[in-house]
Design a protein around this ligand. Structure first.
Ligand code: PHE
Ligand code: NA
Length: 515
C-alpha cells in the first residue's frame, strides 16, 4: 500500500485530465490526414463503428482495470495487470506498455515542440510578407536540424529540449500539476478551436481569395461528411479507422489505467469514461474537421487539400493563409492555432509519462521527482533519432510500431485478460460499481466477444502490411504527413522558384515519385 494515497482533486479535474489525455495532436493533425487519405466520407462510417465496438468498450475496460489496481495501491500498468490474474506474464505485458509510452512520447514531444516554436515565430512576425513557398520552406529549414531560423544553432533541438523540460517539470509536481494544466489547457483549447472553426465555416463558398477563384470551404466539409458506402468492404479503410480510434482515445498504452488508478474505489467510472470519450470525439470530428480542411479548401481548393492533407496544411500552409486576414488577425489566428495544438499536445504527453513514473514508484519507491526526471532523460535519448533523422522517415517508423501496432497488441491482450481471465462477470461488476449511468448490457457481450474478435482480426489483417514494412523498408511519414512532404522534397530545387504551391506542381512531384 502506498503510504500517502494521491487522488484527483475533483471530478471535473479528473474528467478534464482524462479528456486532455485523449484530446491531442491526433485530433487535429492525424485525424484529417487519415480521413482524407481514406476517402473522406468513406472513412467516417468505419470510424464511428470502431468507436462503438472497440473504443467505448476499451475505455470501460481500462478505466475499471485502473481503478481496480488502484484499490490495491498500484499505480502502474505492470502492477495493475498483475493484480488481475496469476502469472508473471501480465507484469511483463505491462512493462511492454510502458515502453510504448516512452517511444510515442519521444516523437510526440517533437511535434509538440514545433507548436511552441511556431507560436514564437507567429508573435515575432516571421511569417509576415512570406509567400506560400517561403512559409512551406520555413518548415523545411526548421526540421533540417543543422540550419536555424532564429540564429540559435540547432534550434529544433533546443525547442525539443525545452519542451521535454517543461513536461518533466510538470510531471515532477505529481497529479496536481497534471490536473492544473488540464484545467487551464482544455477550456482554452476548446475556445481557440471554436473561434477557428467558426472562421473556417464562414469562409464562404465563392473562393476566399484570388489564389484559386474556384476554391470553396464547403467542398472540404462535403468531402468529409458525404458517406460513401462502397468502401465498407475495404479492409484497409477499416484498419485505418481502428488505428485512429486507438490512437485518439489513448487506449492500448496504459495511460488511462494509470490515471484511473487514482480514482477512489467506489467513485463512478462508467459515466466518466463516456464523458471523456465523447469529449474527445467532439473535438476530433467537429473541431478537428472544421479548421484546417475548410480553411485550406477555401483558399486553395479541394484538390490541393486532397494532395496535401496533414502537416503540409498545419505547419506549412496555415501560417500563410492566416496572413490573408491581415496582420493583426494573423497573429491571433496563429497563436490560437499553434496554442491549441500545444495544449492538445502537452496534456497528452504528460499522460505518457505517468506509466513510467508510476512503475518507478511501485517497483522502487521513487518519488515523482526522480520518476519524472528519469522519464525526461529516456524520452530525450529515444527521441533524438526522430529529431535528427526526421527526413529519413524515422518519425513514421516510431509511429507505426509504437503508435499503431503496439496499441492493438496491448489492447487485444488486456481485453482477453479482462473478459476471459479476470472474467466478464467480475469485470462487468467492476464497470458498474458506483456507476452514475446504467451501462447497456449490450456492452457486456461486446466486451466478451466482439471486441476481442475484432482486435484479433485487426492484428491478423495487419500482418501483410507489417511484413511489407519490414521487407521493403518503406519509410515514408505517411500516417501524419501524407505524401505531400515528400512530394515537396522531390521538387525542392524548383520549390523556391515556384511562388505558390499549385495542385499541379504537387501532382507532378507525385508522378515523379511513383516512377
Ligand atoms: N490520444 C492522443 C492524441 O490524440 C495521443 C495519445 C496516445 C496520448 C496514447 C496518450 C496515450 O493525440
Ligand atoms: Na485524441
Amino acid at each position: 500500500m502506498a503510504a500517502k494515497a494521491e487522488s484527483w482533486g475533483s471530478r471535473v479535474g479528473l474528467i478534464l485530465a482524462m479528456a486532455g489525455n485523449a484530446v491531442g495532436l491526433g485530433n487535429f493533425l492525424r485525424f484529417p490526414v487519415q480521413a482524407v487519405q481514406n476517402g473522406g466520407g468513406a472513412f467516417i462510417i468505419p470510424y464511428l463503428v470502431c468507436f462503438v465496438v472497440m473504443g467505448i468498450p476499451l475505455l470501460f475496460i481500462e478505466w475499471s482495470t485502473g481503478r481496480f489496481g488502484g484499490r490495491y495501491g498500484n499505480h502502474s500498468t505492470p502492477y495493475i495487470l498483475d493484480t488481475m490474474a496469476k502469472g508473471r506474464i501480465w507484469k511483463y505485458i505491462g512493462v511492454f506498455g510502458i515502453f510504448t509510452n516512452i517511444a510515442v512520447a519521444s516523437y510526440y514531444c517533437y511535434i509538440e515542440s514545433w507548436t511552441m516554436s511556431y507560436v514564437y515565430h507567429t508573435i515575432k512576425g516571421t511569417f509576415v510578407g512570406m509567400d506560400q513557398a517561403q512559409v512551406a520552406g520555413f518548415f523545411d529549414t526548421y526540421t533540417t536540424i543543422a540550419k536555424s531560423t532564429t540564429g540559435i544553432p540547432y534550434e529544433a533541438v533546443v525547442f525539443y529540449i525545452i519542451c521535454l523540460l517543461l513536461n518533466t517539470y510538470i510531471l515532477s509536481k505529481g497529479l496536481g500539476g497534471i490536473e492544473k494544466v488540464a484545467k487551464i489547457g482544455m477550456p482554452l483549447l476548446i475556445l481557440f478551436g471554436a473561434v477557428l472553426a467558426f472562421k473556417g465555416l464562414t469562409l464562404g463558398t465563392d473562393g476566399a481569395s484570388d489564389l484559386f477563384p474556384n476554391a470553396n470551404a464547403w467542398d472540404g466539409l462535403n468531402f468529409l461528411w458525404t458517406p460513401q458506402f462502397d468502401s465498407l468492404a475495404n479492409p484497409k479503410v477499416w484498419l485505418a479507422a481502428a488505428g485512429q480510434i486507438f490512437f485518439t482515445l489513448s487506449v492500448g498504452m496504459g495511460t488511462v489505467h494509470c490515471y484511473a488508478a487514482y480514482i477512489k474505489s467506489k467513485d463512478d467510472i462508467a459515466l466518466n469514461a463516456v464523458s471523456a470519450g465523447f469529449m474527445n470525439e467532439f473535438v476530433e470530428v467537429v473541431l478537428g474537421s472544421s479548421i484546417v480542411i475548410p480553411i485550406a479548401a477555401g483558399y486553395l481548393g479541394l484538390d490541393w487539400v486532397l494532395q496535401n492533407a496533414g502537416f503540409g496544411m498545419a505547419f506549412q500552409t496555415m501560417p500563410y493563409l492566416f496572413q490573408q486576414w491581415g496582420h493583426v488577425l494573423a497573429v491571433f489566428a496563429g497563436v490560437f492555432w499553434f496554442g491549441l495544438l500545444f495544449f492538445a499536445g502537452i496534456t497528452s504527453s504528460l499522460a505518457m509519462g505517468t506509466p513510467w513514473i508510476g512503475f518507478m514508484r511501485d517497483e522502487f519507491g521513487w518519488k515523482n521527482n526522480k520518476g519524472a526526471w528519469s522519464f525526461g532523460l529516456i524520452a530525450l535519448i529515444m527521441g533524438l533519432p526522430t529529431v535528427i533523422f526526421f527526413k529519413e522517415g524515422v518519425f513514421d517508423e516510431y509511429d507505426y510500431w509504437a503508435g499503431t501496432v503496439s496499441l492493438v497488441v496491448f489492447a487485444f491482450l488486456e481485453t482477453v485478460l479482462f473478459a476471459w481471465i479476470f472474467g466478464i462477470k467480475r469485470g462487468w461488476e467492476e464497470i458498474n460499481l458506483g456507476a452514475d449511468i446504467k451501462v447497456p448490457v449490450f456492452f457486456k457481450y461486446v466486451i466478451l466477444v466482439v471486441t476481442p474478435c475484432l482486435l484479433g482480426w485487426v492484428l491478423l489483417a495487419s500482418v501483410p502490411d507489417m511484413t511489407n514494412k519490414v521487407m521493403n523498408n518503406d519509410t515514408h511519414n505517411k500516417e501524419w504527413f501524407a505524401d505531400a512532404y515528400y512530394a515537396e522534397d522531390y521538387g525542392s530545387a524548383e520549390f523556391g522558384v515556384v511562388d505558390s504551391v499549385t495542385p499541379n506542381f504537387v501532382k507532378i512531384a507525385f508522378e515523379n515519385e511513383k516512377q
